[in-house]
Write a protein that binds this ligand. Structure first.
Ligand SMILES: Cc1cc2nc3c(=O)[nH]c(=O)nc-3n(C[C@H](O)[C@H](O)[C@H](O)COP(=O)(O)O)c2cc1C
Length: 344
């Protein structure tokens, strides 16, 4: 969290700047009545803004989680907590997660566990993670780029698909698969739907970069292997599927889909909705205000909503569902890549 707050850890190209929504000069709707409400996994949200997984598992993160949870409750939006691994290994860290449900009794909350932890500890850990925050769904995160760069990371991904398929048939709540910044391809999405997942969070390339974070961590560690890890992290900052390309690939395979990775404004959110996303996840842009104060966080959320409403108004979209009919121009590298999607 400290590295994310202090350093420049965004890398790559999400593709949003290659998308231009077609302006409607005669929008025939009322800006003050643009309806941001939306549905996801059978629940109603007052906006498609989704607080992506970030924090928990350390006492210092409790205050940030309290603020994020209050924002979820008061703005009627969903929230995914950060990986609950630390709290499952040591109950002393549970409180930094439990506060989320205390502060957001009515919000849609998503538990979070890595696929490798699920493979190692099975349903038992997943049930504990869900119970810890009385979660409405659970996100199973995929982060093999980060694991590959960490010397202590989990480098064996075998058996994960079977783990996921078994878990989907046993889980007491809907299962969401999420990437963490390198995107999900159409092929992986098809495998995930086949395993029985109920939603996919694409976590695309072009926002927070775990390769960059790991490079900073290695640099700060002062360890002998540090420089080699910095070089590896720096090389793999360029690895991943841009968010827009991943979104197009995954939406073509089914849904619902959460678009995350490099979404920075309400205009990016409008573009993601036009491309077929059900929700728009933001991590880093909410972390910095959440670390500052509740007021700063609430102000940023209100700004994002205002930006999204303005973009929707100028597309002539009175409701979020109308955004799926919005026409767009796709230019540059993103157009080239989308043209090469299998079956595209
Ligand atoms: C400080 C921080 C901590 C994160 N921790 C987790 C985590 O524990 N589990 C997870 O699934 N994703 C985690 N993520 C990834 C985000 O959920 C998200 O997929 C990614 O940051 C891309 O979104 P962004 O570009 O808006 O930051 C974290 C992101 C940040 C910035």
């Amino acid at each position: 969290m400290r590295i994310c707050a202090d350093e420049e850890i965004e890398r790559g190209f999400s593709g949003f700047s290659d998308i231009r929504l077609v302006h409607s000069a005669l929008p025939e709707c009322d800006l003050s009545r643009i309806d941001l409400s939306t549905q996801f996994l059978g629940r109603k949200f007052s906006s498609p803004l989704f607080i992506a997984a970030m924090t928990g598992g350390h006492p210092d993160t409790t205050e940030v989680n309290i603020r994020l949870a209050r924002a979820a409750e008061q703005h009627g939006i969903g929230m995914c907590v950060g990986s609950q691994r630390a709290a499952l290994e040591d109950p002393i860290f549970e409180e930094s997660f439990r506060v989320v449900r205390k502060e957001a009794p009515g919000a849609f909350l998503v538990a979070n566990l890595g696929i490798v932890q699920l493979r190692e500890h099975g349903l038992d850990w997943a049930k504990k993670a869900i119970a810890m925050i009385e979660a409405d769904a659970i996100a199973i995160h995929l982060n093999f780029l980060q694991e590959a760069i960490q010397p202590e990371g989990d480098h064996d991904a075998t058996g994960c698909y079977d783990t996921l398929a078994r878990f989907c048939s046993e889980s007491p709540v809907p299962v969401i698969v999420k990437e963490t910044g390198t995107g999900i391809s159409g092929e992986t999405a098809e495998a995930c739907w086949g395993a029985g997942v109920q939603a996919i969070d694409i976590g695309g390339w072009g926002g927070t970069s775990w390769a960059a974070i790991e490079a900073f961590r290695a640099e700060r560690s002062g360890e002998e292997k540090g420089p080699a890890l910095v070089a590896l992290g720096t090389l793999f900052q360029e690895w991943g599927i841009p968010t827009v390309v991943s979104l197009v690939e995954v939406v073509r395979t089914g849904g619902p889909v959460i678009a995350t990775g490099g979404i920075r404004t309400g205009v990016d959110m409008a573009k993601a909705l036009a491309l077929g996303a059900s929700l728009c996840g933001l991590a880093l842009p909410l972390l910095r205000p959440a670390m500052e104060s509740e007021e700063a966080l609430f102000a940023r959320i209100e700004e994002l909503h205002r930006e999204l409403q303005t973009a929707m108004f100028l597309c002539g979209a009175a409701k979020t569902g109308d955004m799926k009919r919005t026409r767009m121009y796709i230019t540059g590298k993103t157009r080239e890549m989308i043209g090469q999607i299998r079956g595209g």
